[in-house]
Design a protein around this ligand. Structure first.
Ligand code: 5RP
Length: 231
């Protein structure tokens, strides 16, 4: 079974948590896309659902499949958020932001009554960090912020990590919120919550891709079906 089938299985399982009338946080990425597609099918069956997209990309897809979209300012209640992840550990800590939507994803996931992560099984790791940690920063004085990022990482035991400004064809990539993303190759993150707190304290850092104590459930899909953590 390929990864795509695992992603779809995980999305289908997450869909069993959706009830008619819910307001949903809609994640970003190739796995979240399957969930949005399934929600579109529910709408066609006559369900009422509202969605809050975490990116322009998801917004376009959700609109195309007929999901009514609202802005986060139109409600204080998000019943359920469903999103993918770049890595997830057994304590339900995540690295997210491979698709550059980490800030909006974190706001919506944290605000939701329940946050379910969907992923193919290859995303499960014992220790986070092989996937470079995305850190979203304000473009103002960005080089100074990166310098400080390096210093704080050094204090946290990372001697000379490779930090890359996310770019394509030589031009920086901006998030939907107009920020830059620095991808930090850290290899191993032993204390994700501590690192998240240290990085978030740097002026200029808007958000980190470490999601700690936010996920309620992770659904992995692979050839054996789905496995759910905590079990
Ligand atoms: C986007 C994300 C995605 O959820 C993450 O990159 C996983 O994407 P995919 O499902 O395509 O592997 O955090 O910012």
């Amino acid at each position: 079974m390929d990864k795509e089938a695992g992603k779809r299985l995980a999305a289908e399982q997450a869909a069993t948590h959706v009830e008619r009338g819910m307001t949903l946080g809609l994640g970003t990425g190739s796995t979240a896309k399957y969930f949005v597609e399934i929600m579109g099918a529910r709408i066609k069956e006559g369900w009422t659902l509202r969605g809050i997209p975490t990116s322009e990309e998801t917004s376009r897809q959700a609109r195309a499949v007929g999901i009514e979209l609202i802005t986060p300012d139109e409600t204080t209640i998000i019943d359920l958020a469903v999103d993918g992840a770049d890595e997830a550990d057994p304590q339900l800590n995540l690295i997210k932001g491979g698709g550059g939507a980490l800030l909006r994803e974190k706001i919506i996931a944290s605000a939701a009554r329940k946050f379910i992560v969907i992923a193919d099984k290859s995303k499960r790791v014992v220790t986070l960090g092989a996937f470079p940690l995305p850190v979203e920063i304000d473009p103002f004085a960005w080089a100074l912020t990166v310098k400080r990022l390096r210093e704080v990482l050094f204090e946290q035991g990372y001697e000379s990590p490779k930090l890359d400004l996310r770019a394509a064809e030589g031009a920086p990539i901006f998030s939907d919120g107009g920020n830059l993303i620095i991808d930090c190759a850290l290899e191993r993150i032993e204390s994700p919550a501590l690192l998240d707190k240290s990085l978030a304290g740097i002026p200029g850092v808007v958000e980190t891709g470490l999601f700690c104590n936010i996920a309620d459930l992770i659904i992995y899909g692979d050839a054996d079906g789905v496995s759910i953590e905590p079990g």
